[in-house]
Design a protein around this ligand. Structure first.
Ligand SMILES: Cc1cc2nc3c(=O)[nH]c(=O)nc-3n(C[C@H](O)[C@H](O)[C@H](O)COP(=O)(O)OP(=O)(O)OC[C@H]3O[C@@H](n4cnc5c(N)ncnc54)[C@H](O)[C@@H]3O)c2cc1C
Length: 395
Protein backbone atom coordinates (compact mmCIF):
# COMPACT_ATOMS: atom_id res chain seq x y z
CA UNK A 1 0.00 0.00 0.00
CA UNK A 2 1.04 3.57 -0.69
CA UNK A 3 2.85 5.17 2.27
CA UNK A 4 2.22 8.79 3.10
CA UNK A 5 4.80 10.57 5.29
CA UNK A 6 4.09 14.00 6.75
CA UNK A 7 6.91 16.52 7.21
CA UNK A 8 6.71 20.26 7.88
CA UNK A 9 6.21 20.69 4.13
CA UNK A 10 2.88 18.89 4.05
CA UNK A 11 0.61 18.92 1.02
CA UNK A 12 0.96 21.73 -1.51
CA UNK A 13 -1.96 22.37 -3.86
CA UNK A 14 -1.18 24.47 -6.94
CA UNK A 15 -4.33 26.19 -8.21
CA UNK A 16 -6.82 27.95 -5.97
CA UNK A 17 -10.04 27.16 -7.79
CA UNK A 18 -12.75 24.60 -7.11
CA UNK A 19 -10.37 21.63 -7.32
CA UNK A 20 -7.87 23.24 -4.95
CA UNK A 21 -10.55 24.14 -2.40
CA UNK A 22 -12.34 20.77 -2.63
CA UNK A 23 -9.05 18.89 -2.15
CA UNK A 24 -8.16 20.90 0.95
CA UNK A 25 -11.67 20.40 2.33
CA UNK A 26 -11.56 16.66 1.67
CA UNK A 27 -8.12 16.38 3.31
CA UNK A 28 -9.34 17.98 6.53
CA UNK A 29 -12.54 15.93 6.43
CA UNK A 30 -10.31 12.84 6.16
CA UNK A 31 -8.55 13.97 9.33
CA UNK A 32 -5.26 14.73 7.64
CA UNK A 33 -3.63 17.02 10.21
CA UNK A 34 -0.41 18.00 8.43
CA UNK A 35 0.22 21.35 6.73
CA UNK A 36 -1.82 22.31 3.64
CA UNK A 37 -0.81 25.18 1.36
CA UNK A 38 -2.89 26.44 -1.57
CA UNK A 39 -0.95 28.41 -4.18
CA UNK A 40 -2.98 30.55 -6.60
CA UNK A 41 -1.98 33.08 -9.24
CA UNK A 42 -5.25 34.92 -8.55
CA UNK A 43 -5.60 37.40 -5.68
CA UNK A 44 -9.12 36.24 -4.80
CA UNK A 45 -10.08 33.54 -2.32
CA UNK A 46 -10.97 30.31 -4.19
CA UNK A 47 -14.29 30.99 -5.90
CA UNK A 48 -17.01 29.35 -7.93
CA UNK A 49 -16.99 29.81 -11.71
CA UNK A 50 -20.51 28.77 -12.87
CA UNK A 51 -22.09 32.08 -11.74
CA UNK A 52 -19.54 34.09 -13.78
CA UNK A 53 -21.47 33.59 -17.03
CA UNK A 54 -24.85 33.74 -15.27
CA UNK A 55 -25.70 35.64 -12.05
CA UNK A 56 -22.47 37.71 -11.92
CA UNK A 57 -22.80 38.79 -15.53
CA UNK A 58 -26.47 39.68 -14.96
CA UNK A 59 -25.41 41.76 -11.90
CA UNK A 60 -27.40 39.59 -9.48
CA UNK A 61 -24.40 38.33 -7.49
CA UNK A 62 -21.00 39.80 -6.58
CA UNK A 63 -19.60 37.37 -4.04
CA UNK A 64 -18.71 33.93 -5.39
CA UNK A 65 -16.12 32.84 -2.79
CA UNK A 66 -16.43 29.11 -2.05
CA UNK A 67 -15.54 29.63 1.64
CA UNK A 68 -14.96 32.74 3.77
CA UNK A 69 -11.36 33.57 4.76
CA UNK A 70 -12.02 32.38 8.35
CA UNK A 71 -12.62 28.86 7.06
CA UNK A 72 -9.01 28.66 5.86
CA UNK A 73 -7.78 30.07 9.19
CA UNK A 74 -9.99 27.72 11.22
CA UNK A 75 -8.77 24.73 9.20
CA UNK A 76 -5.14 25.82 9.31
CA UNK A 77 -4.83 26.08 5.53
CA UNK A 78 -2.19 28.50 4.26
CA UNK A 79 -3.20 30.57 1.23
CA UNK A 80 -0.44 31.87 -1.05
CA UNK A 81 -2.58 34.12 -3.26
CA UNK A 82 -1.31 36.20 -6.17
CA UNK A 83 1.70 33.93 -6.66
CA UNK A 84 1.85 31.70 -9.74
CA UNK A 85 3.78 28.46 -9.67
CA UNK A 86 6.42 28.64 -12.41
CA UNK A 87 8.32 25.41 -12.05
CA UNK A 88 8.32 21.94 -10.52
CA UNK A 89 11.28 19.77 -9.53
CA UNK A 90 9.93 16.30 -8.80
CA UNK A 91 13.31 14.94 -7.63
CA UNK A 92 13.84 17.69 -5.05
CA UNK A 93 10.05 17.77 -4.33
CA UNK A 94 9.86 21.54 -4.73
CA UNK A 95 7.65 24.07 -6.50
CA UNK A 96 9.03 27.45 -7.54
CA UNK A 97 6.77 30.50 -7.44
CA UNK A 98 6.90 33.65 -9.59
CA UNK A 99 8.21 35.67 -6.62
CA UNK A 100 11.24 33.36 -6.46
CA UNK A 101 10.20 31.47 -3.35
CA UNK A 102 10.57 27.70 -3.31
CA UNK A 103 8.08 25.42 -1.51
CA UNK A 104 8.93 21.86 -0.53
CA UNK A 105 6.14 19.28 -0.55
CA UNK A 106 5.40 15.81 0.77
CA UNK A 107 2.64 15.46 -1.83
CA UNK A 108 1.79 17.89 -4.62
CA UNK A 109 -1.63 18.41 -6.14
CA UNK A 110 -1.92 20.02 -9.58
CA UNK A 111 -5.24 21.87 -9.86
CA UNK A 112 -4.48 24.71 -12.26
CA UNK A 113 -7.59 24.46 -14.46
CA UNK A 114 -7.79 25.98 -17.93
CA UNK A 115 -6.77 29.02 -19.93
CA UNK A 116 -9.35 30.31 -22.44
CA UNK A 117 -8.29 30.07 -26.08
CA UNK A 118 -8.06 33.26 -28.07
CA UNK A 119 -7.98 33.78 -31.83
CA UNK A 120 -4.36 34.76 -32.53
CA UNK A 121 -5.16 36.37 -35.89
CA UNK A 122 -7.44 38.98 -34.31
CA UNK A 123 -6.10 42.52 -33.94
CA UNK A 124 -5.47 43.89 -30.47
CA UNK A 125 -8.66 45.96 -30.05
CA UNK A 126 -10.60 47.08 -26.98
CA UNK A 127 -13.90 45.28 -26.69
CA UNK A 128 -12.65 41.76 -27.47
CA UNK A 129 -13.07 39.59 -24.38
CA UNK A 130 -12.84 36.04 -23.04
CA UNK A 131 -14.43 34.68 -19.86
CA UNK A 132 -12.81 32.38 -17.34
CA UNK A 133 -12.03 34.44 -14.24
CA UNK A 134 -13.97 36.63 -11.80
CA UNK A 135 -12.08 39.72 -12.98
CA UNK A 136 -12.97 38.91 -16.61
CA UNK A 137 -16.63 38.50 -15.65
CA UNK A 138 -16.72 41.85 -13.83
CA UNK A 139 -15.00 43.58 -16.78
CA UNK A 140 -17.39 41.94 -19.24
CA UNK A 141 -20.48 42.97 -17.28
CA UNK A 142 -19.21 46.54 -17.06
CA UNK A 143 -18.70 46.52 -20.80
CA UNK A 144 -22.03 44.77 -21.50
CA UNK A 145 -23.97 47.41 -19.57
CA UNK A 146 -22.70 50.05 -22.02
CA UNK A 147 -22.80 47.86 -25.15
CA UNK A 148 -25.51 47.97 -27.82
CA UNK A 149 -24.45 45.14 -30.09
CA UNK A 150 -22.44 42.10 -29.09
CA UNK A 151 -21.10 39.24 -31.17
CA UNK A 152 -20.41 35.99 -29.31
CA UNK A 153 -18.00 33.72 -31.20
CA UNK A 154 -18.62 30.07 -30.37
CA UNK A 155 -21.86 28.45 -29.18
CA UNK A 156 -20.45 26.06 -26.59
CA UNK A 157 -21.73 26.23 -23.02
CA UNK A 158 -19.96 29.46 -22.11
CA UNK A 159 -20.85 31.18 -25.40
CA UNK A 160 -24.52 30.17 -25.04
CA UNK A 161 -24.68 31.30 -21.40
CA UNK A 162 -22.98 34.63 -22.14
CA UNK A 163 -25.39 35.19 -25.04
CA UNK A 164 -28.36 34.45 -22.75
CA UNK A 165 -27.13 36.69 -19.92
CA UNK A 166 -26.33 39.60 -22.23
CA UNK A 167 -29.71 39.24 -23.94
CA UNK A 168 -31.32 39.42 -20.48
CA UNK A 169 -29.39 42.69 -19.95
CA UNK A 170 -31.00 44.02 -23.14
CA UNK A 171 -27.96 43.79 -25.43
CA UNK A 172 -28.54 42.85 -29.08
CA UNK A 173 -26.62 39.58 -29.46
CA UNK A 174 -25.40 37.67 -32.52
CA UNK A 175 -24.20 34.15 -31.72
CA UNK A 176 -21.81 32.78 -34.37
CA UNK A 177 -20.99 29.06 -34.59
CA UNK A 178 -19.22 27.17 -37.41
CA UNK A 179 -20.94 23.89 -36.46
CA UNK A 180 -24.51 23.20 -37.71
CA UNK A 181 -25.95 23.81 -34.21
CA UNK A 182 -24.89 25.08 -30.76
CA UNK A 183 -23.36 22.37 -28.54
CA UNK A 184 -23.23 19.98 -31.51
CA UNK A 185 -19.98 18.35 -30.43
CA UNK A 186 -21.28 17.57 -26.92
CA UNK A 187 -25.00 16.87 -27.28
CA UNK A 188 -25.37 16.22 -31.02
CA UNK A 189 -27.23 18.25 -33.62
CA UNK A 190 -30.77 17.15 -32.72
CA UNK A 191 -30.63 18.63 -29.21
CA UNK A 192 -28.35 21.43 -30.43
CA UNK A 193 -31.19 22.54 -32.72
CA UNK A 194 -33.50 22.87 -29.69
CA UNK A 195 -30.89 25.07 -27.99
CA UNK A 196 -30.70 27.24 -31.14
CA UNK A 197 -34.50 27.53 -31.06
CA UNK A 198 -34.41 28.67 -27.43
CA UNK A 199 -31.95 31.47 -28.24
CA UNK A 200 -33.85 32.58 -31.33
CA UNK A 201 -37.09 32.72 -29.31
CA UNK A 202 -35.29 35.07 -26.92
CA UNK A 203 -34.24 37.34 -29.77
CA UNK A 204 -30.64 36.20 -30.27
CA UNK A 205 -29.54 36.30 -33.91
CA UNK A 206 -28.05 32.77 -34.22
CA UNK A 207 -25.74 32.28 -37.23
CA UNK A 208 -24.79 28.64 -37.76
CA UNK A 209 -22.33 27.02 -40.15
CA UNK A 210 -20.27 30.21 -40.42
CA UNK A 211 -17.04 31.37 -38.88
CA UNK A 212 -15.32 34.69 -38.36
CA UNK A 213 -12.72 35.89 -40.86
CA UNK A 214 -11.94 39.32 -39.53
CA UNK A 215 -12.60 41.71 -36.68
CA UNK A 216 -12.17 45.39 -37.53
CA UNK A 217 -11.97 48.65 -35.66
CA UNK A 218 -9.71 51.54 -34.74
CA UNK A 219 -8.63 51.16 -31.16
CA UNK A 220 -12.04 49.67 -30.37
CA UNK A 221 -13.83 46.85 -32.17
CA UNK A 222 -16.61 48.02 -34.53
CA UNK A 223 -17.22 45.23 -37.10
CA UNK A 224 -17.09 41.44 -37.24
CA UNK A 225 -16.81 39.88 -40.71
CA UNK A 226 -18.16 36.35 -41.19
CA UNK A 227 -16.95 33.69 -43.65
CA UNK A 228 -20.10 34.23 -45.75
CA UNK A 229 -19.13 37.89 -46.17
CA UNK A 230 -21.68 39.31 -43.70
CA UNK A 231 -20.44 42.38 -41.83
CA UNK A 232 -21.88 42.64 -38.31
CA UNK A 233 -21.63 45.91 -36.40
CA UNK A 234 -20.37 45.21 -32.87
CA UNK A 235 -19.12 47.18 -29.89
CA UNK A 236 -18.39 44.01 -27.90
CA UNK A 237 -17.00 40.65 -29.00
CA UNK A 238 -16.83 37.65 -26.66
CA UNK A 239 -14.72 34.69 -27.71
CA UNK A 240 -16.04 31.36 -26.40
CA UNK A 241 -14.08 28.83 -28.42
CA UNK A 242 -12.91 26.64 -25.57
CA UNK A 243 -9.90 26.44 -23.30
CA UNK A 244 -6.62 24.60 -22.93
CA UNK A 245 -5.13 23.04 -19.79
CA UNK A 246 -2.91 25.40 -17.75
CA UNK A 247 0.25 23.28 -17.87
CA UNK A 248 3.01 25.63 -19.14
CA UNK A 249 4.48 25.80 -15.67
CA UNK A 250 5.12 22.03 -15.83
CA UNK A 251 7.42 22.29 -18.86
CA UNK A 252 10.74 20.62 -18.12
CA UNK A 253 9.34 18.87 -15.02
CA UNK A 254 9.04 15.52 -16.80
CA UNK A 255 5.36 15.27 -15.84
CA UNK A 256 3.49 13.54 -18.65
CA UNK A 257 1.13 16.04 -20.33
CA UNK A 258 -1.13 15.17 -23.26
CA UNK A 259 -4.24 17.35 -23.46
CA UNK A 260 -3.93 17.82 -19.70
CA UNK A 261 -1.90 16.16 -16.97
CA UNK A 262 -2.03 12.43 -17.67
CA UNK A 263 -3.27 10.53 -14.60
CA UNK A 264 -4.35 7.03 -13.66
CA UNK A 265 -7.88 6.35 -12.36
CA UNK A 266 -7.00 7.79 -8.92
CA UNK A 267 -5.28 10.99 -10.08
CA UNK A 268 -1.63 9.79 -9.88
CA UNK A 269 0.57 11.54 -12.43
CA UNK A 270 3.71 10.10 -14.04
CA UNK A 271 5.83 11.39 -11.10
CA UNK A 272 5.76 9.99 -7.57
CA UNK A 273 3.90 12.08 -4.98
CA UNK A 274 2.35 14.30 -7.65
CA UNK A 275 -1.41 14.18 -8.27
CA UNK A 276 -3.81 16.12 -10.47
CA UNK A 277 -7.55 16.71 -10.61
CA UNK A 278 -10.18 19.02 -12.04
CA UNK A 279 -10.27 20.63 -15.48
CA UNK A 280 -6.48 20.34 -15.97
CA UNK A 281 -6.35 16.59 -15.40
CA UNK A 282 -6.84 13.76 -17.89
CA UNK A 283 -7.82 10.71 -15.82
CA UNK A 284 -7.91 7.15 -17.06
CA UNK A 285 -11.52 5.99 -17.11
CA UNK A 286 -13.04 2.58 -16.47
CA UNK A 287 -12.59 1.64 -20.13
CA UNK A 288 -8.87 2.49 -20.06
CA UNK A 289 -9.22 5.73 -22.04
CA UNK A 290 -7.81 9.07 -20.92
CA UNK A 291 -10.59 11.63 -20.47
CA UNK A 292 -10.50 15.25 -19.38
CA UNK A 293 -13.76 16.60 -17.98
CA UNK A 294 -14.54 20.32 -17.73
CA UNK A 295 -17.53 20.19 -15.39
CA UNK A 296 -18.15 21.28 -11.82
CA UNK A 297 -19.47 18.02 -10.25
CA UNK A 298 -16.53 16.04 -11.59
CA UNK A 299 -14.19 18.04 -9.36
CA UNK A 300 -15.76 16.84 -6.09
CA UNK A 301 -16.08 13.30 -7.50
CA UNK A 302 -12.33 13.28 -8.18
CA UNK A 303 -11.42 14.88 -4.83
CA UNK A 304 -13.22 12.00 -3.08
CA UNK A 305 -10.88 9.58 -4.89
CA UNK A 306 -7.57 11.44 -5.00
CA UNK A 307 -7.49 12.31 -1.29
CA UNK A 308 -7.77 8.75 0.09
CA UNK A 309 -5.34 7.55 -2.61
CA UNK A 310 -2.84 10.22 -1.51
CA UNK A 311 -3.24 9.32 2.15
CA UNK A 312 -2.79 5.62 1.43
CA UNK A 313 -6.36 4.74 2.36
CA UNK A 314 -9.09 2.78 0.60
CA UNK A 315 -10.42 4.50 -2.49
CA UNK A 316 -14.21 4.42 -3.10
CA UNK A 317 -15.06 2.07 -5.93
CA UNK A 318 -18.77 2.79 -6.43
CA UNK A 319 -19.23 4.21 -9.94
CA UNK A 320 -20.34 7.82 -10.26
CA UNK A 321 -22.85 8.85 -12.93
CA UNK A 322 -21.33 12.05 -14.41
CA UNK A 323 -23.50 15.16 -14.26
CA UNK A 324 -23.40 18.74 -15.51
CA UNK A 325 -25.81 21.58 -16.06
CA UNK A 326 -26.02 24.87 -17.93
CA UNK A 327 -28.48 27.71 -17.24
CA UNK A 328 -29.77 29.55 -20.30
CA UNK A 329 -32.63 31.99 -19.59
CA UNK A 330 -35.15 30.15 -17.38
CA UNK A 331 -34.17 26.77 -18.83
CA UNK A 332 -31.74 24.60 -16.89
CA UNK A 333 -30.12 22.18 -19.31
CA UNK A 334 -29.00 19.09 -17.40
CA UNK A 335 -27.02 16.11 -18.51
CA UNK A 336 -26.60 12.83 -16.66
CA UNK A 337 -24.42 10.00 -17.90
CA UNK A 338 -22.04 10.18 -20.83
CA UNK A 339 -23.99 11.04 -23.97
CA UNK A 340 -22.00 11.51 -27.15
CA UNK A 341 -22.84 13.37 -30.33
CA UNK A 342 -22.83 10.08 -32.26
CA UNK A 343 -25.44 8.36 -30.02
CA UNK A 344 -29.01 7.71 -31.16
CA UNK A 345 -31.18 10.40 -29.59
CA UNK A 346 -34.76 9.65 -28.50
CA UNK A 347 -36.59 12.93 -27.99
CA UNK A 348 -39.34 11.89 -25.58
CA UNK A 349 -40.72 15.32 -24.64
CA UNK A 350 -40.70 18.69 -26.39
CA UNK A 351 -43.19 21.45 -25.64
CA UNK A 352 -41.53 23.95 -27.94
CA UNK A 353 -39.16 25.18 -25.19
CA UNK A 354 -38.55 22.46 -22.64
CA UNK A 355 -37.42 19.00 -23.67
CA UNK A 356 -36.21 15.58 -22.55
CA UNK A 357 -34.02 13.20 -24.56
CA UNK A 358 -32.56 9.75 -23.93
CA UNK A 359 -29.24 8.82 -25.52
CA UNK A 360 -28.79 5.26 -26.75
CA UNK A 361 -25.60 3.40 -27.69
CA UNK A 362 -25.72 -0.27 -28.73
CA UNK A 363 -29.25 -0.66 -27.35
CA UNK A 364 -28.30 0.72 -23.91
CA UNK A 365 -29.30 3.97 -22.16
CA UNK A 366 -26.04 5.93 -21.76
CA UNK A 367 -27.36 9.37 -20.89
CA UNK A 368 -30.23 11.78 -20.52
CA UNK A 369 -30.40 15.45 -21.41
CA UNK A 370 -33.22 17.67 -20.26
CA UNK A 371 -34.05 21.31 -20.74
CA UNK A 372 -36.20 22.55 -17.86
CA UNK A 373 -37.01 18.98 -16.72
CA UNK A 374 -35.00 18.49 -13.50
CA UNK A 375 -37.16 15.77 -11.92
CA UNK A 376 -37.35 13.69 -15.07
CA UNK A 377 -33.61 13.87 -15.64
CA UNK A 378 -32.75 12.70 -12.12
CA UNK A 379 -35.33 9.92 -12.25
CA UNK A 380 -33.26 7.89 -14.73
CA UNK A 381 -29.98 8.03 -12.78
CA UNK A 382 -30.27 4.41 -11.59
CA UNK A 383 -31.13 3.20 -15.10
CA UNK A 384 -28.02 4.87 -16.49
CA UNK A 385 -25.88 3.44 -13.66
CA UNK A 386 -27.16 -0.06 -14.42
CA UNK A 387 -26.82 0.37 -18.23
CA UNK A 388 -30.52 -0.43 -18.70
CA UNK A 389 -31.72 -1.48 -22.17
CA UNK A 390 -33.22 1.52 -23.96
CA UNK A 391 -36.50 -0.38 -24.44
CA UNK A 392 -36.93 -0.42 -20.66
CA UNK A 393 -36.98 3.39 -20.40
CA UNK A 394 -38.89 4.06 -23.60
CA UNK A 395 -41.46 1.61 -22.27
C1 LIG B 1 -17.78 30.91 -16.89
C2 LIG B 1 -17.88 29.46 -16.49
C3 LIG B 1 -19.12 28.88 -16.25
C4 LIG B 1 -19.23 27.54 -15.90
N1 LIG B 1 -20.47 27.00 -15.70
C5 LIG B 1 -20.58 25.69 -15.40
C6 LIG B 1 -21.88 25.10 -15.24
O1 LIG B 1 -22.90 25.75 -15.35
N2 LIG B 1 -21.93 23.77 -14.95
C7 LIG B 1 -20.81 22.98 -14.83
O2 LIG B 1 -20.93 21.76 -14.60
N3 LIG B 1 -19.58 23.52 -14.96
C8 LIG B 1 -19.45 24.85 -15.24
N4 LIG B 1 -18.19 25.41 -15.39
C9 LIG B 1 -17.00 24.55 -15.21
C10 LIG B 1 -16.49 24.55 -13.76
O3 LIG B 1 -16.51 25.83 -13.23
C11 LIG B 1 -15.10 23.96 -13.76
O4 LIG B 1 -15.22 22.59 -14.06
C12 LIG B 1 -14.35 24.15 -12.46
O5 LIG B 1 -14.16 25.51 -12.17
C13 LIG B 1 -12.99 23.46 -12.52
O6 LIG B 1 -12.27 23.72 -11.37
P1 LIG B 1 -10.67 23.69 -11.34
O7 LIG B 1 -10.29 24.03 -9.94
O8 LIG B 1 -10.18 22.45 -11.99
O9 LIG B 1 -10.21 24.89 -12.31
P2 LIG B 1 -10.38 26.44 -12.05
O10 LIG B 1 -11.67 26.73 -11.41
O11 LIG B 1 -10.07 27.10 -13.37
O12 LIG B 1 -9.20 26.82 -11.03
C14 LIG B 1 -7.84 26.78 -11.36
C15 LIG B 1 -7.13 27.89 -10.61
O13 LIG B 1 -5.72 27.72 -10.76
C16 LIG B 1 -5.12 28.97 -11.04
N5 LIG B 1 -3.84 28.75 -11.72
C17 LIG B 1 -3.61 28.45 -13.03
N6 LIG B 1 -2.28 28.33 -13.27
C18 LIG B 1 -1.65 28.54 -12.09
C19 LIG B 1 -0.28 28.55 -11.69
N7 LIG B 1 0.71 28.28 -12.55
N8 LIG B 1 0.02 28.81 -10.41
C20 LIG B 1 -0.97 29.08 -9.49
N9 LIG B 1 -2.30 29.08 -9.81
C21 LIG B 1 -2.63 28.82 -11.10
C22 LIG B 1 -6.16 29.64 -11.90
O14 LIG B 1 -5.97 31.04 -11.99
C23 LIG B 1 -7.43 29.28 -11.15
O15 LIG B 1 -7.65 30.16 -10.10
C24 LIG B 1 -18.06 26.75 -15.75
C25 LIG B 1 -16.80 27.34 -16.00
C26 LIG B 1 -16.71 28.68 -16.36
C27 LIG B 1 -15.35 29.29 -16.61
Amino acid sequence: MYEHHVTENGIVIVGGGLAGARTAEQLRRSEYTGPITIVSDEVHLPYDRPPLSKEVLRKEVDDVALKPREWYDDNDITLRLGSAATGLDTAAQTVTLADGSVLGYDELVIATGLVPRRIPALPDLDGIRVLRSFDESMALREHASAAQRAVVIGAGFIGCEVAASMRTLGVHVVLVEPQPTPLAAVLGEQIGALVARLHRDEGVDVRLGVGVTEVRGEGHVDTVVLTDGTELPADLVVIGIGSRPATEWLEGSGIDVDNGVVCDEAGRTSAPKVWALGDVASWRDATGHQARVEHWSNVADQARVVVPAMLGRDVPTNPVVPYFWSDQYDVKIQCLGEPEATDTVHLVEDDGRKFLAYYERDGVLVGVVGGGMPGKVMKVRAKIASAAPIAEVLG
